[in-house]
Design a protein around this ligand. Structure first.
Ligand code: IMP
Length: 192
């Protein structure tokens, strides 16, 4: 019997919360990632796939090693998909309270969380996406990071923040994107 060891991939990001989740999940596929703190170029586009693809290209040009980056957005139905690709800026400016204020008096609180992971090496550029449907809560709950304190995934009565990282990772948008990536990666790269 021999052990399969896949090569290490860089995760280029400045977001520790994302790294913790990605590290935990890919470990179960025996894919090891290393965080390289890197502020990637972010193009303006309505499509997460395009943003992530270009981010990965930019990071690979600078780092020169096989890597993944990811881009996530929260798309709120009654706000016509806002904040979507602008989720980072919106969280930094109006924050979770600002989102709750925008939804005051709105009956429809449904939303979709979407993550796109982009992989890049010398020859390959690929994107993998995952989504989770849910609802925006009517208050900010304790714990979590980013929009976790206000996002209630479908089938749950509590937010991602209240579920905690392990339960969140069983169902999350990021897990689904990672699952698509990990299956492709393991199928395409022979172990070293
Ligand atoms: P980014 O542009 O991909 O970094 O993410 C957009 C915004 O969504 C950032 O403000 C993140 O903090 C937030 N975000 C990304 N993923 C999650 C998540 O899984 N839960 C909560 N917030 C998230």
């Amino acid at each position: 019997m021999f052990f399969v060891k896949l090569r290490k991939i860089i995760f280029a990001s400045t977001n520790q919360g994302k790294f913790n989740e990605i590290f935990l999940y890919l470990k179960s596929f025996k894919i090891e990632i290393e965080l390289v703190r890197f502020e990637t170029l972010e193009i303006q586009s309505n499509k997460l796939e395009e943003i992530a693809f270009e981010k990965a290209k930019d990071a690979f040009d600078k780092i020169g090693r096989p890597l993944i980056v990811e881009d996530t957005g929260l798309f709120i139905d009654s706000l016509k998909g806002f904040p979507g690709p602008y989720s980072s800026y919106v969280l930094q400016t109006i924050g979770n309270q600002g989102i709750l204020d925008l939804l005051l008096n709105k009956e429809n609180r449904s939303a979709i969380f979407k993550t796109t992971i982009a992989y890049r090496d010398n020859n390959t550029g690929m994107t993998f996406s995952g989504t989770t449907k849910g609802m925006i809560s009517d208050r900010i709950t304790e714990g979590g990071w980013g929009y976790d304190p206000i996002f209630i995934p479908e089938g749950s009565s509590i937010t991602y923040a209240q579920l905690g990282i392990e339960n969140k990772m069983e169902i999350s948008h990021r897990t689904q994107a990672l699952n698509n990536f990990a299956k492709w990666y393991r199928g395409n790269f022979s172990p070293q």
